[in-house]
Ligand binder design. Structure first.
Ligand SMILES: Nc1nc2c(c(=O)[nH]1)N[C@H]1C(S)=C(S)[C@@H](COP(=O)(O)O)O[C@H]1N2
Ligand SMILES: [Mo]
Length: 314
């Protein structure tokens, strides 16, 4: 059953009030010392432009849960290229311009090349899918993404038999992504999936949310969404997709291998070394709730890991 409850914060840009702009300005002013590094102190930004996406159809997957409000999805998140605080991405991605944008598809494909984002998107119908996203830090949210299956894109470039894994890379540009001037991670941010995970129908390349183009802080113009894995697998602002023979490196595994493995499936039974993963706090809720195996997508994805030791392959 599909139940859709739109939250009152689902407003068109024309409805954004002076109060919103004021609050946004307050956020900016509160930026403090970090702002010296990240720039833009004293700027008076208008509310971010919000552009509706045309021709979006209802997708197959609709989590039957209340959508997390737009303002929460876009103001409390992780995007270390714009700082490590939860409210850094909205603040410091304000002037990021994701256009023009191109994406390189290479490795074990018959048709490698670098394509404009327009050429990448052209053949794909956009659909809305409501997915749960759970961060390894134990907060979660429900997001109406707009996108298309990654599998449809990969098939266009004709993977060869050497394509066992898919590696993803975020833009590397410290001038435009000032968090890359800090050594908190190795840059660029990289992630990877097995080919079966990448071809799974749940795996989405997203270009927007709430029916509108992707906000900068959520990974404009193109990001991955893998709803049964911890949020960090869902890499943002992608510039390269490589089909490869060997398991590719991933940013969090490079930085802290004991805490973050290649698979990173949401699993309430396998704890993070420093905290339990059995519960989570839905953004906007006060009480914690139990975390579900594979984030509630076990029926769809458990077969990908049949016979695998999920304690070893964390
Ligand atoms: N390039 C890049 N992608 C990233 C991150 C990041 O820091 N850099 N953070 C990840 C983490 S930890 C999470 S929880 C999700 C959050 O997605 P959201 O911002 O849409 O909530 O993005 C992931 N993708
Ligand atoms: Mo995360």
């Amino acid at each position: 059953m599909m139940i859709k409850r739109r939250h009152q914060s689902d407003v068109r840009s024309s409805e954004i009030t002076p109060k919103d702009v004021y609050m946004e300005r307050r956020r900016f002013m509160a930026a403090g010392a970090g702002a010296l590094l990240f720039g833009a102190v004293g700027a008076t930004p208008a509310a971010a432009a919000r552009t509706k996406l045309d021709g979006v159809v209802q997708g197959l997957y609709q989590a039957d849960e209340e959508w997390t409000p737009y303002d929460d999805i876009t103001s409390y998140n992780n995007f270390y290229e714009f700082g490590t605080g939860k409210d850094d991405p909205i603040r410091y991605s304000r002037f990021f311009n994701p256009s023009p944008w191109s994406v390189t598809i290479d490795g074990a494909v018959e048709k490698p090349g670098t394509y404009t984002i327009e050429d990448i998107l052209k053949p794909h119908a956009l659909e809305e899918r409501v997915y749960r996203l759970r961060c390894v830090e134990r907060w979660s949210m429900v997001v109406p993404w707009v996108g298309f299956p990654l599998a449809d894109l990969l098939k266009r470039f004709a993977p060869t038999s050497g394509a066992k894994y898919v590696a993803f890379e975020t833009l590397l540009d410290p001038e435009r992504m000032p968090g890359q001037k800090l050594g908190v991670l190795e840059w660029p941010y990289v992630e990877g999936l097995t080919i079966d995970e990448a071809m799974h129908p749940l795996t989405l390349l997203a270009v927007g949310l709430y029916g509108e183009t992707m906000p900068n802080q959520n990974g404009a113009p193109l990001r991955l969404v893998v709803p049964w894995k911890y949020g960090f697998k869902s890499i943002k602002s992608i510039v390269r997709i490589s089909l490869v023979e060997k398991q590719p490196p991933t940013s969090w595994n490079i930085s802290t291998p004991r805490e973050y493995g290649f698979y990173s499936n949401v699993n309430p039974e396998v704890d993070h070394p420093r905290w339990t993963q059995a519960t989570e706090r839905r953004i906007g809720d006060f009480f914690r709730r139990p975390t579900l195996m594979f984030n509630g997508y076990a029926e769809d994805v458990a077969n990908l890991y049949a016979g695998m030791d999920l304690v070893k392959n964390y």
